[in-house]
Structures are given as structure tokens and as C-alpha cells.
Ligand binder design. Structure first.
Ligand SMILES: *Cc1c(COP(=O)(O)O)cnc(C)c1O
Length: 495
């Protein structure tokens, strides 16, 4: 029987997995959620002997029920291949008292690769399944990281093209270099003379341009989006929590079905929601520790039951978590409201009209698996320095937010449950902040001097993703005005 997905804002809008992946977002900005979370049908002992790819199949087959075994295995094997610099895909490393789940061994050395490596294959398969004959054109505006991860994921995937717009003067030099050196005959990267909002607005306009859609259809193209609330990005993330539990059981860190805790540096709430789904599938997880940086909307929400985005937006050293609206939280709200689309839609309306909402005590009682923690900028830097001095291990700023949160939780609760910290980026991606945390004197060095120094002090080799951009030729040099975005897209598609 097929698992059905429905909108968090309308009980009557349903979709199969492949339809939900193709559509991305439900109507009226609702998100697709599975009508039930399937239970794993293999034992932990069995999972413990499996490769990452095999575990991925066991999880995805239960969510993507309208994909055949052959299709899913094709998607999985093409996603988790030698794009990753280790055959383990996600190594687990013991650092001090915690287990770091390294989600940064893919092409862009950050955890968005886990989902964006497989999404293109899921999307193309879903298109075939639903008799979509057109080539899929992914159109994205990026402030840096997602653009590169999407480019790397879609590069040379048959049946797709990807066009990324970024603010020419609004991304870091390393981020820009990463994008403009992207290989792949189907990749297009364009700088715009404007800021991220201009890029975003231009992209949204094209998505809703009916005339353009018609012209594209006639030429055999249609748009799709790789945005972070696609169920095709969420489900692949469940895998690494199932996998890590099985690995900790395999090496007897965990015995007799005892639980683990997970600690997740959180922004849009996708990663930690995946851990919550892993728990619903039957993986023994005791606490889901949700770590925020100084933009601590989620910490306050778990304390008080009020989500309030009316506050100053703070730029921190963990920029991928600088978020005031955590989109994926809507899926948890829907669930804690007893899967009532009506209640969920009401709260989301409050959020868009007043910038805040408050859940009922009854709903709050359903959140007891979650613990909110947060780290200030000083605390984030301090934990990087301390862990480095005590163990020689260097972590990135996002992981450090989680590590600080975990140690604060440990001190308060003395909870000895083995803890897995989701390590979401390589320290080489945020070299300057990381090195400054260890010693402010490093700040006078250039980016690549710091890269070499980090490699030396941590005893780890410089990842390919960084090594490549030292010398890689620039392959994309188009720059356009913000009102020329449409013309650029037409030029690319030859329409
Ligand atoms: C996106 C991102 C996060 C936040 O993950 P969410 O799923 O949005 O909560 C944390 N760390 C890094 C490095 C990221 O890129």
C-alpha cells in the first residue's frame, strides 16, 4: 500500500511520495507530511551489518513507497558514491564524551550534501513516474552555501539543468570561487548586481510567470525547486540517525536496546526533525537536543511555548543557522496538534500576520522529547578552543554550537546516555572563525594560509573541496542587472 502525504494546512490535499517530491511545496504554502511514520521492518542487529547505502534503502523504501526497489537503489547508489571522500559516507568519531557524526564528507563539505546528493535522482525518477516529459530546470537564488550544494548535486545529472543566481557582492570570496568553478555541462551560475533579496524576488517571479511556463513547456522544459522543505530532502536525512544508532550498537557503545541522545545545531529545523522521525520509526532516542546560536527563537519556543520571530536578526559565526523562521518546525507543530491541518494553518497564519504564535499546554506536553539549548558567540569560540586543547580535535562553528549546548545539558542533568552530535560542517569551511577561536592572532593570515595551518594543527588533510578551488579555473563569469534575470534564463534555454 502506498504511503500518502498530506498538506500541513489542508487535509484534503494529498499526494504520493513522487508527487510530493515533484511539487515541493503544497498549495497555500503548506508542507507535505506523511500520514503516518512507518516503522522499520529490520532489527538493529541486521542494520548493524549494513553499509550506509543499505540502511538508506531500508529507510527510504518505507517513505517513498511508489518508487520501485530498482529505482531507489539507482538513486541511492548514484548519490552516495565516490563524491564522498570516505566509503563510510558518515564516519562517527569519539571526541571527549560525545560521538561526532561527521556529515561533511560530501562535495561541499557540509551536511546539505547528504540530501542534495540524492534529491536530483529522486526528482528525475519522480518526473518519469508521473509522465513528465520535460527536462527539469532547477532555478535557485542563493546567499552562498545551498547554491553550491545544489550545483554539485545536479551537475551532469541527465534530464536536468541547474541555474543559480547569487548576489555578486554578497557572498564570501571562497563561496563565490566554489560556485564559479563548478563543472558540469548543465550548470549555470550568474552573479546579479543586487542583494540576496533581489535574487530571491527575481527567482520567485519567474516561478509564478505563467507565460514563461508556457514558452518553456513548448520547448520541453519545466521549473522545479530544490528548496529545503521538499520531502525529498527530509527523508534522506533520517538515514544517518538510523545508521549511527546501528553503528553504536555494533561496537557495543550501546547495548540491550538502550537509547542515545542526539544533539543537532539547528536552523530551519530539517535535520533535527529527521532525528525525530527516526525515533518514530523505532530507533531508541531519548532526548532531541535542539541547539541554536544567538538567534535563539527555538530555544525560547521550547521554554515558553511561544514562537516569536519579532526580534533583532543577529549575524553570527555560524551563518547557516542565522534564521528566524524555522520552516520545518511547521511539520512538528502539525503533529503536536494531533495532525490537525486546521489548527496548524491557524498558527501559521498568526506567524505570518503577527510574527508569533503560542501553542496550547496540551501541544506543549507533546514536545517533551525536545530540549532547547543555545550558545553565545563567546561560548561557541570557547568550546572550539577547549576541545582542541584537550583532544586535538577541531570542529566547525555550527558543530560547536551543538557541542556547547550538549556540555551545558550534561552539567545540568548528569544524563550519561551516549550522545551523538550532528557535526554539520568541516572546520575547513569556516576556517577563519575556527582559527580565530583557537588563537585571535591568526586573524592576520590569508584564507589559504589559515587552511594550511588548520591542516597542520589538526593533523587532517585539506579536503578536496578546498584544495580544488585554489587552482580551479573560473567557468562561469556572467553578471547581470537584477531586471535581466529573465533574459538570462531565456538565453540559457534558447527560448
Ligand atoms: C543548514 C545548516 C544547519 C542547519 O540545519 P537545519 O536543517 O536547517 O536545521 C546547520 N549547520 C550547517 C553547517 C548548515 O549548513
Amino acid at each position: 500500500m502506498n504511503l500518502i502525504y498530506k498538506s500541513t494546512r489542508n487535509d484534503h490535499e494529498t499526494a504520493t511520495a513522487s508527487q510530493a517530491i515533484l511539487k515541493g511545496l503544497a498549495n497555500n504554502s503548506g508542507l507535505f507530511v506523511p500520514t503516518e511514520i512507518p516503522k522499520l521492518d529490520v532489527t538493529v542487529e541486521e542494520l548493524a551489518t549494513m553499509s550506509y547505502q543499505e540502511v538508506a534503502y531500508e529507510v527510504m523504501k518505507l517513505f517513498f513507497t511508489d518508487f520501485t526497489e530498482e529505482e531507489l537503489k539507482y538513486c541511492i547508489d548514484h548519490a552516495y558514491d565516490d563524491k564522498f571522500d570516505t566509503s563510510e559516507i558518515v564516519p562517527i568519531v569519539k571526541v571527549g564524551d560525545a560521538y561526532h557524526l561527521q556529515l561533511f564528507h560530501g562535495s561541499t563539505i557540509a551536511f546539505k550534501d547528504m540530501a542534495l546528493s540524492i534529491l536530483p535522482y529522486l526528482l528525475v525518477t519522480a518526473a518519469k513516474k508521473n509522465d513528465v516529459k520535460n527536462e527539469i530546470v532547477i532555478l535557485t537564488a542563493t546567499s552562498g552555501d545551498t547554491g553550491k550544494a545544489a550545483l554539485a548535486g545536479f551537475a551532469d545529472v541527465p534530464g536536468t539543468k541547474i541555474i543559480v543566481f547569487y548576489p555578486k557582492d554578497g557572498v564570501s570570496p571562497i563561496q563565490e570561487k566554489q560556485m564559479v568553478t563548478q563543472k558540469g555541462d548543465n550548470t549555470y551560475v550568474i552573479g546579479i548586481k543586487g542583494n540576496f533579496d533581489d535574487a530571491q524576488t527575481g527567482v520567485k517571479k519567474m516561478f509564478s510567470d505563467a507565460e514563461l511556463a508556457e514558452e518553456m513547456d513548448a520547448a520541453g522544459y519545466q521549473f522545479s525547486s530544490a528548496n529545503s522543505i521538499n520531502i525529498g530532502r527530509l527523508v534522506p536525512q533520517i538515514v544517518y540517525y538510523v545508521y549511527s544508532y546501528a553503528k553504536l550498537a555494533a561496537d557495543h557503545t550501546i547495548t540491550d536496546g538502550n537509547p542515545m541522545n542526539v544533539v543537532v545545531p539547528t536552523g530551519n529545523f530539517g535535520n533535527i526533525l529527521a532525528a525525530y522521525y527516526a525515533k518514530q520509526m523505532g530507533i531508541p532516542i531519548k532526548k532531541l537536543i535542539c541547539a541554536s546560536n544567538e538567534n535563539k527563537v527555538l530555544f525560547d519556543f521550547f521554554q515558553t511555548g511561544t514562537y516569536d520571530k519579532n526580534r533583532e536578526f543577529i549575524l553570527t559565526s555560524s551563518p547557516s543557522m542565522d534564521i528566524l523562521i524555522s520552516s520545518n518546525l511547521e511539520r512538528l507543530i502539525h503533529k503536536t496538534a494531533g495532525s490537525s491541518a486546521e489548527k496548524c494553518a491557524q498558527l501559521m497564519q498568526n506567524l505570518s500576520e503577527e510574527g508569533k504564535y503560542t501553542i496550547t499546554d496540551e501541544m506543549k506536553a507533546n514536545l517533551e522529547d525536545f530540549v532547547g539549548v543555545y550558545a553565545t558567540e563567546e561560548e561557541t569560540a570557547a568550546v572550539i578552543k577547549r576541545v582542541y586543547e584537550q583532544t586535538g580535535y577541531v570542529m566547525d562553528t555550527h558543530t560547536a554550537v551543538a557541542a556547547h549546548g550538549y556540555y551545558a545539558y550534561l552539567e545540568e542533568t548528569k544524563d550519561q546516555t551516549p550522545a551523538v552530535i550532528a557535526s554539520t560542517a568541516s572546520p575547513f569551511k569556516f576556517t577563519r572563525s575556527v582559527m580565530n577561536a583557537i588563537d585571535p592572532a591568526y586573524d592576520s593570515q590569508t584564507d589559504f594560509e589559515l587552511v594550511d595551518e588548520l591542516s597542520r594543527i589538526s593533523g587532517t588533510v585539506v579536503p578536496n573541496a578546498i584544495e580544488e578551488i585554489r587552482t580551479a579555473p573560473v567557468l562561469h563569469d556572467t553578471v547581470c542587472a537584477k531586471d535581466e534575470m529573465l533574459a538570462e534564463v531565456k538565453k540559457i534555454l534558447g527560448i
